[in-house]
Design a protein. Structure first.
Length: 157
């Protein structure tokens, strides 16, 4: 089940993000480098973005995806994570589709993202769903991302 962010999910979101980043991908990214997940209403919801969670049958957070505004027509896909036990079971696509439907309704023209270079399964997902790889020089606007060994992608809607 996909739900829009509620404060009651905050700790589960933090736990999921840190677990996938650090236990699975060994990126060593601390919470201090991504304060956005500690204040989702300010970083995602206040400027026209959004944040969703995927829940398992017990109502626990098993996945996340966020859409954060950078400029009026440019947004960034962030915090797209799924626990490994739930990958390959349509949760990723459901989260992604929720974001795309929302983006189109809002008139968003471009979505960019960064993803760790070691997350090859993610790269295939993004490319299959219309994202095109871009260079850092091709980013339409500068933004900070915690893993400097990332690949960058752009989706025109």
């Amino acid at each position: 089940m996909i739900k829009t962010y509620e404060a009651k999910y905050k700790q589960e979101i933090v736990d999921l993000v840190l677990y996938v980043q650090n236990s699975e991908f060994h990126l060593n990214i601390g919470i201090e480098e991504q304060s956005d997940i500690l204040d989702i209403p300010t970083y995602y919801l206040a400027d026209g973005g959004n944040f969703w969670v995927a829940l398992n049958e017990a109502g626990n957070v098993i996945g996340t995806i966020g859409l954060q505004q950078l400029t009026e027509e440019l947004y960034i896909l962030k915090k797209f994570f799924i626990y490994s036990d739930y990958r390959g079971k349509a949760f990723s696509l459901e989260l992604f589709n929720e974001l795309i439907i929302y983006a189109k309704k809002q008139g968003i023209k471009t979505v960019i993202l960064d993803t760790p270079s070691i997350a090859t399964r993610s790269h295939r997902f993004y490319e299959k769903n219309g994202f095109k790889g871009i260079s850092k020089q091709d980013l339409p606007v500068h933004y900070d991302y915690p893993d400097r060994d990332s690949l960058l992608y752009r989706l025109n809607l």
